[in-house]
Write a new protein. Sequence first.
Length: 119
Amino acid sequence: MENPDGVGELAITRMTIESDSASFDFEGKVEGYGSVFASHTFTYIDAERTRGRLVGEARTFLEDGTLISTPHMGTFTRKGSKVRSYFTDATNQGVVNFVMWDIDVITKQTAVRYWEVES
C-alpha cells in the first residue's frame, strides 16, 4: 500500500506475556494526531503464535490539548521478532482510518501508517 495519509513512530513502553496472548503499551508521535498513547492485546490463533487478533484502544492529545480516543480491532502476523498489525479505528471525532503498524519487539520501535477511509 502506497501513500499513507499519515505516519508516525511509537515506542513499546510495556510488554506482558500470557500463555495465549501478549499485551503492549505504546507511546509516541503520529502525524496529524500528536502524542499517541495506545494499549493492545494480541491473542494467538495458532500454536506457533504467528498470527491472531488484536483489540485495544488509543488516546491522543493534539497540540491544542484536544483529546481524541478510538477503539482498535484487527489482526496481526509475526515473523521472528517482527509483528505487523492491521486494524481500523473509529475516532470520537468521526474519522475512520485503516492502520498498519510494523512492530519490532527487539528494538521496541513501531512504525505507524494510516489511511483515512471516512472523514
